[in-house]
Design a protein around this ligand. Sequence first.
Ligand code: ZN
Length: 584
Amino acid sequence: MINYTVAAQLPHAHLFRVTMRIAAPAREQRLSLPAWIPGSYLVREFARHLSALNASQGERRVALEQVDKATWLARCEGRGALTVSYLVYAFDTSVRAAFLDAQRGFFNGTSLCLRVEGREAEPHRLELRALPAGWQVATALPAVKVDAAGRGVYEATGYDELVDHPVELGRFWRGRFEAHGVPHEYVVAGALPDFDGARLLADAKRICEAQIAFWHGRSKPPFERYVFLHNLVDEGHGGLEHRASTALISPRRDMPALGKPETSEGYANLLGLISHEYFHTWNVKRLRPAEFARYDYTQENYTALLWFFEGFTSYYDDLFLLRTGLIDTARYLRLVARTVSGVLSMPGRHVQSVAQSSFDTWVKYYRADENTPNSTISYYTKGSLVALALDLTLRTEGRGTLDDVMRALWAASQGGPIDEAQIAAALAHVGGRSYAKELAAWVHGTDDLPLQTLLERAGVEWGTEAASLAQRLGLRVSESALTGVKISHVLRGGAAEAAGFAPGDELLAVDGWRVRRLDDALRLLTAAAAAPLLVARDQRVLTLSLVLPGEAAPAGPSPGAITLKAAGAPAKAAAALRKAWLAG
Ligand SMILES: [Zn+2]
């Protein structure tokens, strides 16, 4: 048995005190902290926040030798219990690490709990008592003995489970509902006084019930309890999935408010996030890449399948909002159009496949920079469109749907690790033919997906809005009257690249006129002749020369936004297909 006691030692200094007790340690006992947290594919080096480590066996001080950036070796004598104590600095407001101040605490075990090497399969206990007055505890960790506020002792069957249950601490709002007989708890930290908790619970319940039914019909899901840990902030959006819980972060203003029954864009985004993370309870936490059968916490864990686990989850997140009536068809199609437009605005879609994007996420997706649009494609967005293209193809052929494929994979793997061959086999099983060609082109290729054809066949009208000036030039900018026009990205193959713009440039003037917003330049640039532009770069003022591409010019690196809407009078087959697809 491994025991951890976590205390909110110095909230104002953002320091947790962790004390571990290891019965019968090895003579040379190795202890290490994970370099990453499953679900977020970046080496984050959590050990950089550890300090003041010391160890003892009874009265005897035990020498701790640091072996590498995240590993310590305790030289023990005899089999007497080893006690290890250390501080963890916790001031990361994201869902991936740990946070502590006088208002609130949160942590993942990957940030706080040293792994006792060789003992990972033993029960791991976590004790939470030394907390500020009035604080509660919320977590999906099974409780051994806790009080009404949740303070006390929890126990996991092993280290993997221990670090897969984040913990929320503080004075938070707490609600409960049941889905298919399974208790769900929903915790919200930092809500405004007009927060409509009853509505949030009712909407979350609809999503949970629909997803349990999707995977299991009328049977129970593979967890006995589920907990949402939701932290509200001024700015920020994200979530991290776990086996029986999720940690969410979203803007306070996106929460439903009492007396305001409409569904704001922000609230629809939040419901999409809830749906996304809950779907992961099956798709990536249980059904998961073969490479994740056992996590290696010390280094990158490569998989080429995130287009399936993140992309297909992204396809289903908003689709479940439509299927449960939380959004209507018009709004759903607007969300799909936003994703299509986003993918088409990335020249990198012709450079990197979604399989490569998955594999390289450790150095590319999670390390976005000014070159990202030119060199990468997101396995979330394009992956969700691969799911859409496969679903529409299957539905057009009439033998099954992507829903059937997901359930076939679940059945074949018994909710366990899978590889790409199993995905191909499930598609062939459901569709009655091989989809090797589609997978080769859509997952491993870099050509655009045939979405327009597939959507039109499903009774959806595809349109393109006029390109903005930034899109015509192949630029992304940040701008305001105060700061002027700053170039953030120069897209591959565009007029701005040809003119010599670089990321970070400040556009000062066009043809002798000061510009403070890019659209000011619209009346000064012409397709007929090159205009002189003044640009500031590294303290120098440079003169560039730019010819405006005509509005009818062949689409530059970034075309105008795509619009999608249900066609008014589709053919009978298209109408039937659309109805079946959008009604689930
Ligand atoms: Zn995800």
